[in-house]
Design a protein around this ligand. Structure first.
Ligand SMILES: [Zn+2]
Length: 502
């Protein structure tokens, strides 16, 4: 809330006009212009991931400065996402800094779009997040450029890419890399620090603190919250600073997952059963994080002789590059895990092949015998997995193994729903392969873990006023809001462009 004083013409009785001081209150400091007298307020505008799971972006206005928390891509229903992706969260010249929670595209994927529109200020992130962004944003730009070129060549009228490779590279030049838990200045009178969110390599929850004024006010943004016990990644560390307000994700607010330990067993069982049928295990997986966790578990299962010695192909150049980034950031691995301490090369062993060229990828289709094939994209919206599904989804010997969240309106969701026919690369394919789902690999906290995370934040936050739930579909948000409400939290599920201040 902003309070200002303005000299306003007041019509007195008998028609006399006088200038009188008029105190006013506005929810938008831009509306008050130079007349604003800023008081000690922070304003948050929810500019993405509001009652949905993609497009994470929250605009924080404080001390006359504007900070973006994340600037992610909207994914899913094409025309709606396209429209949202093409509009800037706010005018570029108003943005003083970006603070990034993690590298997933639904959190970072519009940063090159900002740069393309002239943004040239700092982007703050952990080192591993910034390193991952280099490859993920370049990949995103490359896909957009080649899709555009392909569709254009086939006479389709399509909008130009949101950004190109040059914009993605420029994002890296603006990156300020920070260690976990170290305070850094975001802009005048505002500092921040990162805590490990335990979600993917480099992921963070953000503490944003207004340091000017008598009373420091603090906002905690959860980012995406991970899980205890995930392979490689450390357990989530809820921020230790007292918060006034929390913005919290709610992806799995309405359900609990399989345990992480049972996921490895489940994976082993699927591999054994499918190999016995002579089939392929096709795994659509996010190139960053999920793929490395699967390779790690497959190595552990192989060492235990719990799976037959069939070849494993990682058919994703992005996953190969991401594995390189993992190998350069081992300092943030979870050293409490035996294999992390004991195995020298977690992602390389004799049965694993990382393919690179399209020719190598195509050759896999003519290969006979059981195999494990991991390829992107994670929600089956693009990438090499499409070619493998076109070939393999109708073969009842094969298994399509789903190991990640599948948003509404994605092909991955239709596979989870076991639709009898799916449309792959414009072709109708009968879905006759077995579909199996392992939820335990989820990098997102489940209902119980979300409640534990906010419980830890509340214990260190005696003045906690409000929890705003973001990054969740309606059913998940309503369920979590109900659970937290029954534990006497003040909870709100904001809609897009809602503004609050505190
Ligand atoms: Zn994420």
């Amino acid at each position: 809330m902003y309070v200002g004083v303005r000299l306003t013409d007041m019509r007195w009785p008998y028609g006399i006009v006088r200038k009188l001081p008029h105190i006013f209150v506005s929810r938008d400091h831009r509306a008050t212009g130079l007349e604003s007298l800023f008081i000690d307020d922070m304003e948050i505008e929810f500019a993405g991931a509001a009652r949905e799971v993609t497009g994470s972006c929250h605009i924080v206005r404080v001390n006359g400065k504007t900070i973006l928390l994340d600037c992610g891509l909207f994914q899913g229903h094409r025309s709606d996402a396209e429209m949202k992706n093409r509009s800037l969260p706010c005018p570029i010249d108003q943005i003083d800094a970006v603070v990034l929670s993690h590298a997933h595209l639904d959190h970072s994927g519009r940063l090159p779009f900002l740069v393309n529109h002239g943004f040239s200020k700092s982007i703050h992130a952990t080192k591993a997040t910034a390193d991952l962004c280099v490859i993920m944003l370049a990949d995103s730009a490359h896909i957009q450029e080649s899709d555009f070129e392909f569709l254009n060549r086939h006479g389709r009228t399509v909008s130009p890419p949101l950004y190109g490779l040059r914009d993605a590279a420029r994002v890296d030049e603006l990156m300020q890399r920070h260690a976990y838990e170290e305070w850094f200045d975001v802009c005048a009178g505002v500092r921040a620090r990162f805590f490990d969110a335990g979600h993917i390599l480099g992921s963070a929850s953000v503490v944003l603190e207004r340091t000017s004024g008598a009373d420091a006010s603090r906002l905690i943004f959860s980012g995406d919250i991970g899980r205890a016990g995930l392979p490689i990644i450390r357990d989530p560390a809820p921020p230790a600073d007292a918060a006034d307000v929390v913005i919290m994700e709610s992806t799995y607010g309405n359900r609990d997952h399989e345990s992480v330990a049972s996921s490895r067993e489940h994976l082993g069982r699927v591999v054994r059963e499918t190999a016995a049928r002579g089939g392929r295990i096709l795994i659509p997986a996010f190139a960053v994080g999920r793929t490395q966790e699967l390779v790690y578990d497959l190595q552990v299962l192989s060492r235990e002789n719990a799976i037959p010695p069939i070849p494993i192909f990682i058919d994703s150049p992005l996953a190969t590059a991401a594995t390189g980034v993992f190998e350069q950031n081992t300092d943030v691995f979870d050293r409490t895990e035996g294999p992390v301490r004991e195995i020298e090369r977690l992602f390389q062993f004799e049965r694993v092949t990382y393919t690179s060229s399209t020719e190598e990828s195509k050759k896999l289709n003519t290969r006979v015998g059981p195999m494990i094939l991991i390829a992107g994209s994670g929600m089956v919206e693009g990438g090499r997995i499409l070619h493998h599904l076109l070939n393999g989804a109708s073969n009842p010997r094969n298994t399509i193994l789903i190991v990640g969240f599948q948003a509404e309106n994605t092909l991955g969701r239709r596979i989870v729903e076991r639709r009898p026919v799916i449309r792959v690369l414009g072709t109708e394919v009968e879905l006759r392969a077995t579909v199996d789902i392992i939820n335990g690999y989820s990098a997102h906290a489940d209902r119980t873990e979300l409640v534990e995370w906010i419980g830890a934040v509340r214990r260190t936050s005696p003045k906690l006023r409000q929890v705003y739930l973001v990054h969740g579909e309606a059913a998940a948000q309503e369920a979590l809001a109900g659970t937290l409400g029954s534990q006497s939290y003040a909870v709100t599920c904001p809609v897009l462009h809602d503004r609050i201040s505190f």
